[in-house]
Design a protein around this ligand. Structure first.
Ligand code: COA
Length: 277
């Protein structure tokens, strides 16, 4: 079954989606869903080639697409991207703060800059996009969707940087939901579980093995980017009109099983250090 059997193809006609990190993975998947539902799309990211290829795909689905090279850690670049989007499409309706970084590293091996890099991309990047998009969202009474992760609420081994960053993203989401409700701006986060074909799962699966992850999912399979995009679409549509401050898990139940299978698998590959003990 396709989401198009449930959601109307013209659902987002004349509405605009802005996605950070929109050149690939779950973020591009969300843009793909919105493109098929009639939205104009703006994507920003660090790599021009990825943005061009994503734009070609989104255009082939019928969307008007604006691409801007911008690193979410650079507020001025993000603000410029929102300016370019507004010039092309008018005020944005939905902003997805999706740009993220991840690698597997023992906390004792992580440099301060390694920790900061992931916090800057995920957390500061989410603030930058929210802040730069605020005046447009205020005009449209639009919504913000933050891409969170299971690491935000359960510790995963060798993911100290990611857990801290994503927990911060959820805290930011709730704070903005509290402050910006008065402007009609809704803020929610979506925490995808293991999703097929994404860079994040490639990095995590390379160390722990793909089967470890499958064993952690009650529904017994990885999810698809369409399945994440469809929930984002529901939250962004009028169906989500009374939902704000929520963290929505789209994870096949993975959050119910914790992280110990992953922790054991990665510890077998990368055991705790014993130097000097
Ligand atoms: N283990 C430990 N430290 C690592 C690391 C790893 N695998 N990869 C990067 N780092 C550290 C670097 O050593 C550096 O710290 P240092 O200056 O003390 O040496 C710091 O992180 C920054 O690395 P750099 O490569 O300069 O950062 P970047 O901004 O170019 O890239 C990353 C950001 C590191 C997150 C990179 O992996 C990336 O671009 N990821 C995007 C894609 C992605 O992660 N997708 C999954 C999303 S869920």
């Amino acid at each position: 079954m396709s989401f198009l059997d449930v959601l109307k193809p013209g659902l987002f006609t004349d509405r605009t989606l802005f996605v950070t990190g929109g050149g690939s993975g779950i973020n591009l998947g969300i843009a793909r869903v919105f493109a098929q539902l009639g939205a104009n799309i703006t994507i920003c990211g660090r790599t021009e080639a990825k943005l061009s290829s994503a734009a070609a795909e989104l255009s082939s689905l019928g969307a008007q697409v604006c691409t801007v090279v911008a690193d979410v850690r650079d507020y001025a670049a993000v603000a410029e991207a929102f300016g370019a989007s507004e010039q092309r499409f008018g005020p944005v309706d939905t902003v997805v703060c999706g740009a993220a970084g991840n690698f597997v590293a023992r906390a004792e091996d992580l440099s301060a800059n390694g920790f900061k890099t992931v916090v800057d991309i995920d957390l500061l990047g989410s603030f930058n996009a929210s802040r730069a998009g605020f005046s447009q969202l205020r005009q449209s009474k639009g919504c913000l969707i933050f891409i969170s992760a299971a690491q935000a609420y359960v510790p995963f081994a060798y993911q100290a940087h990611v857990g801290a960053a994503k927990a911060g993203v959820d805290a930011l989401m709730r704070n903005l939901a509290l402050e910006w409700g008065v402007y009609g701006i809704r803020c929610n986060s979506v925490a995808p579980g293991p999703i097929e074909g994404t860079e994040g799962m490639k990095r995590l699966g390379e160390v722990s093995g793909r089967d470890t992850w499958t064993s952690m999912i009650p529904l017994g399979r990885y999810g698809t980017t369409d399945e994440v995009g469809a929930i984002v679409a529901v939250l962004a549509s009028r169906l989500g009109a009374y939902v704000t401050g929520a963290q929505v898990l789209v994870d096949g139940g993975q959050g119910l099983t914790g992280s110990s299978a992953f922790n054991q698998a990665v510890a077998a590959v990368l055991p705790p250090t014993t130097d000097g003990v």
